[in-house]
Ligand binder design. Structure first.
Ligand SMILES: [Fe+2]
Length: 386
């Protein structure tokens, strides 16, 4: 039977659309993020919308985890975040991420396509009791993924339990590709599918049209950029110092509200430092982007620090008397302030924009090593336990 011209064209279109349909792919990730003490968030992106889950387990992939929100499994999206909860302590797990292509999602008909699977990765959960461990921190990368790559190459050799990204990892946030090109993809290449990172917001991440969407690409417990967690008996507090200038600065166009945000954090901090998690910790370490300093080096001279630095120091420093170390960034200049050197009640380490810091936490104290992009050691110090 001879097909009509109309039918032939239709068949050709179906044939072409079948072969032109893009296969589903993982475009970014998976990357791990700390989520509480015994939980881990796993995030990835695909080129098409799908339905995602994780297969994981100790010796084989015999467990499945999906993200359930308001009674529905999360689906029909290209960004995937699943939090593994109630993980056993001090245990090595294998995992892989899977996304099923959703070809059609109608009210009464869902058509699934192919399933993409990542390779199998592993991660190890923390011991609940104190034992020697280390973490690494980098900051002020401002999208220079080549610099970050060199620093992470140094970092992975030290085998830390996790990493901090201490702010200004990208420049003013106007396009999601800045996250991938600026730091995420290179982190995945070096470590992030098997070791978590913890993100601390810097002042540059508060700027730009996408700045309110940062939380959509990363994991922040309870959706808050300021938070705390305990790792192997050591307590970590993360504060969000916000913008550096006054809220009334003309370049914020009436959209900044950081003074009240820093007061909100002060209120939280006041209550948090009374909790047993904080009080009973073996050590207490604070991470924030803008340091507590009395002078700032700007345009070749020392000047009074910006309003954001002064406001956070005034509101937060009095509640942090018992901490063992504060790790900051922002100045693009390395310095270490011993107790009392700048009227500070605790040691302050400020990392520059081209170094990685490894902090090792031992029963006798904190040892840190600051290393440059070529593996050159810039400084190392030991802070004895109080
Ligand atoms: Fe900064």
């Amino acid at each position: 039977m001879i097909l009509s011209l109309k039918k032939m064209i239709l068949l050709c279109l179906i044939f072409l659309s079948f072969f032109n349909a893009k296969a589903i792919e993982i475009t970014h990730g998976p990357y791990l993020q700390k989520a509480g003490t015994n939980d881990l968030a796993i995030l990835w992106h695909t080129n098409k919308k799908g339905f995602s889950y994780i297969e994981y387990g100790e010796n084989k992939l015999d467990l499945i985890s999906k993200a359930s929100i308001h009674g529905q499994f999360d689906a029909n999206n290209s960004f995937h975040k699943i939090i593994l909860t109630d993980l056993k302590p001090d245990t090595k797990y294998q995992y892989r991420v899977l996304t099923v292509d959703i070809l059609k999602m109608a009210p009464y008909r869902v058509i699934y396509g192919d399933t993409i699977k990542s390779e199998i990765f592993s991660f190890t959960t923390q011991n609940k009791v104190f034992e020697t461990f280390s973490f690494c921190t980098v900051n002020d990368i401002h999208g220079r993924s080549d610099v970050l790559d060199s620093l992470l190459k140094v970092g992975v050799k030290t085998n830390p339990d996790f990493y901090f990204f201490n702010g200004d990892m990208i420049n003013d946030f106007t396009d999601e590709n800045q996250l991938f090109n600026g730091f995420l993809d290179v982190s995945v290449k070096r470590f992030a599918s098997e070791k978590p990172f913890v993100y601390v917001r810097g002042n540059h991440e508060t700027r730009g049209s996408e700045s309110r969407n940062l939380g959509a690409f990363l994991h922040f417990d309870d959706g808050k950029y300021y938070r705390a967690f305990t790792h192997k008996g050591v307590n970590f507090i993360i504060l969000d110092s916000g913008e550096d200038k006054e809220d009334s600065n003309k370049y914020y166009y009436g959209l900044a509200d950081f003074d009240s945000y820093r007061s909100e954090q002060e209120k939280w901090l006041q209550a948090y430092v009374k909790t047993s998690e904080y009080v009973n910790a073996k050590y207490r370490i604070v991470l924030l982007h803008m340091p507590f300093i009395s002078q700032e080096f700007y345009d070749g001279e020392y000047v009074t620090p910006s309003h954001g630095i002064q406001d956070s120091q005034k509101k937060w420093a009095p509640h942090l008397k018992d901490i063992d170390l504060l790790v900051a960034a922002h100045t693009h200049e390395y310095s270490f302030l011993k107790v009392g050197e700048d009227n500070n009640q605790f040691p302050i380490l400020i990392n520059d924009d081209e170094s990685i810091v490894k902090v090792e936490i031992t029963p006798k104290g904190l040892k840190f090593v600051v290393t440059g992009t070529k593996g050159n050691i810039i400084d190392q110090k030991f802070i004895p336990k109080k």
